[in-house]
Design a protein around this ligand. Sequence first.
Ligand code: FAD
Ligand code: PYC
Length: 418
Amino acid sequence: MPAARYSIFSLLRNAATYHREWQAAWRSPDPKPAYDVIIVGGGGHGLATAYYLAKEHRISNVAVLEKGWLGGGNTGRNTTIVRSNYLWDESAHLYEHSLKLWESLSQELNFNVMFSPRGVLNLAHNLHDLRELQRRVNAIRLNGIDSEILTTAQVKAMVPILNCSPNIRYPVLGASLQRRGGVARHDAVAWGFARGADALGVDIIQNCEVTGIRREGDRVVGVETTRGFIGAAKIGCVAAGHSSVLASMAGLRLPIESHPLQALVSEPIKPILHTVVMSAAVHVYVSQSDKGELVIGAGIDAFNSYAQRGSLPIIEEIMASACVLFPMFSRLKMLRSWAGIVDVCPDASPIISGTPVKGLYFNCGWGTGGFKATPGSGWVFAHTLAQDRPHPLNAAFSLERFTSGALIDEHGAAAVAH
Ligand code: FAD
Ligand code: PYC
């Protein structure tokens, strides 16, 4: 992408012509009759998969089919926390690979994804919390990943607005800190991967819903869509909360439950919170966006749903929890709330895997924590699709683990109650 295209002159010219000549960041082609690979789902993971298929594996006869608009699913609805502080080796390696990709993603895509490594704190409110965090910090460090334990005084110095009084219901006994963790701009990630994939020849087709998966015997031959049949010998489904719906189109059942996960933002205020604060015990996590809004979330809604909206009791609970930790938030006005549909696996780890149907692959089950994995997930899924076998980084995240019993229980590191 020539830098001159984004010069001050082109900005002025576009302003003067009311953006009518503004060049689109990606094309909007009609679907071809067939592709080498079809990716179902134009969220960050699907777009990253298409980008790395073209970039790393030279497979660019690829279509990304999105039923709505790019990033309109969980990618554009999450609270953007990025970290790699997971307990088990398999997860630590996968999420750390992703964090390393985040660290140079803006340069890789020539698109500012606003990755901001401002640190992620996980608070301990009782001795059990503290021991669990210490165990996880030790495990993480054995994998060569940065993680440390802070005392209450160190936490208070880092987050002066946090209520660290010893006499409250949830006193802060310490915290774990991953300094390299932080936040990024969620929709910029989708747009950056989309622009990069398009430039490498990938067709990105929005408003194109997959309504069926066509099989011939034990293998896939293409998908039925709202824009007609499109052929492909390989199909990668990256549809988050709708993964089970897609699996059922091919006669498969996935060990996934879909739940709403809500979040909300406050009115913008001056910078007061310079790191990410998460508390599994109090059930809340908070960061401050570059606009100044406080971005606040909690655990999942307990019921199953495919509707991307939440319920008032959860919002009340989130705000009550936030005010316990940050009493000054009681004077804030809340601006908006929303929900995404998260795809929760029994062990709180993803599925990045082939299936018993030849040519059909799933990348799902990221639940409440897949944003941080976006580049790494796309990178390993592209390898899996291109080579017809998993990369060592995702070999353990197979569908077979639910029959072999080799589960990867990351409920503690997920840090969001479910
Ligand atoms: P999505 O972005 O949901 O993309 C899937 C796409 O598939 C959608 O655009 C959808 O329209 C499309 N699709 C579905 N069915 C079809 C079909 N039949 N045909 C065509 N297209 C279809 N993770 C973190 O790491 N950190 C966080 O702080 C964090 N906070 C979160 C907060 C909230 C409120 C929510 C909801 C999630 C949060 N997550 C977080 C989780 C994270 O957002 C997701 O795991 C991740 O974004 C999933 O990305 P994706 O590309 O797989 O899914
Ligand atoms: O996985 O870090 C995370 C997360 C924070 C909020 C939702 N998910």
